[in-house]
Design a protein around this ligand. Structure first.
Ligand code: ATP
Ligand code: MG
Length: 299
């Protein structure tokens, strides 16, 4: 749905985008992450046809965005970073207005879906941030686009508001839509994305399926909780097992660092052979948050 190659954007002498490549597939949720000022909004504005790149190829919905005569030709839904509405209009009037007065049935549906049905006759000026963000997502959907580009739809919200927005994003995927959204909240990416692309200082650092990213960066550490305390000579033997890098014991649990996941077979066999009853045996899963703090495997 989106193909970007060698994208560059210049503001006077400053390159906000130096080299951005991106591939968003039909039907997926793509999480576009990067720190403040890394170029997320600059990229998304170009994709939405609102700004022109200095260089690079950029195809959205089969159209070359550098050759558009009007951004509306792209037929996408776009939620800007800070959506603005007329404060004196009600939610219902806002959606009606944005649909050009054509889609009244659809407007009701969107109000219900975004949880704004009860607030439909209230003025948008009095809406909370979360309500405005949900109205913005509803507004992006008003012309029933196949592709939605959402710039930080959840970042400014509290946990409940974020969960609501993430639910809407998942719903959109369920409707067969393709969603590209930016965020700097890695937990949100982990909760809904199929693919993750990371930008830093105008350069694309990597683009990978979320599962692959997690797998490549999973620390091969097993946390084992034995039901009864284990004799130290047995623990020493476990530590000497081929593939075991180190073993530490703390408050009834064992932390076993191993060379790779396949060592689980011999560790389990060892435990069984020594008739050690296990309460829990788990491979430690690294969270994206940890990955970014301690460096990502970007190969
Ligand atoms: N209109 C503009 N004029 C000059 N510089 C700009 C303009 N828009 C963006 N920039 C610069 O380009 C860089 C990228 O900005 P951009 O808004 O794309 O980042 P971002 O990743 O969306 O950040 P944030 O997470 O804060 O929203 C920044 O250094 C910013 O100052
Ligand atoms: Mg931004």
């Amino acid at each position: 749905m989106i193909t970007v190659k060698g994208l560059q954007k210049k503001f006077k002498n400053f390159y906000a985008l130096k080299n951005v490549d991106m591939h968003v597939k039909k039907g997926e949720i793509y999480g576009f992450i990067g720190p403040n000022g890394s170029g997320k909004t600059s990229t998304m504005n170009i994709l939405a046809g609102l700004s022109r790149p200095a260089q690079g190829e950029c195809t959205v919905n089969g159209l070359d965005v550098t050759k558009l005569t009007h951004p509306g030709d792209l037929k996408i839904g776009y939620l800007p970073e800070d959506p603005k509405f007329y404060p004196w209009m009600t939610a219902h009037e806002t959606l009606d207005y944005l649909s050009g007065g054509r889609n009244t049935g659809h407007t009701g549906e969107i109000l219900r879906w975004t949880g704004l049905l009860d607030a439909r006759n209230r003025r948008v000026g009095g809406f909370s941030r979360g309500m405005k963000q949900r109205l913005g997502i509803g507004a992006a959907l008003i012309r029933n686009p196949e592709l939605l580009i959402l710039d930080e739809p959840s970042s400014a919200l509290d946990p409940e508001g974020r969960s609501e927005v993430l639910r809407l994003i998942k719903d959109l995927k369920g409707m067969g839509k393709t969603i590209l959204f930016s965020t700097h909240i890695l937990d949100d990416v982990e909760r809904v994305c199929d693919t993750v692309g990371m930008i830093d200082a105008g350069q694309m650092m990597f683009e990978k399926p979320l599962r692959q990213l997690q797998k490549e960066n999973t620390q091969p550490i097993f946390d084992i909780i034995p039901a009864h305390s284990v004799e130290s000579n047995i623990l020493n033997a476990l530590e000497r097992l081929t593939g075991v890098v180190s073993l530490t014991k703390s408050e009834g649990s064992l932390t076993v660092k191993v060379a790779d996941n396949t060592v689980s077979v011999s560790v389990m066999r060892f435990l069984t052979d020594h008739e050690i009853v296990i309460e829990s045996f788990s491979l430690r899963k690294t969270r994206l948050e940890d990955l970014f703090l301690h460096g990502v495997n970007t190969k």
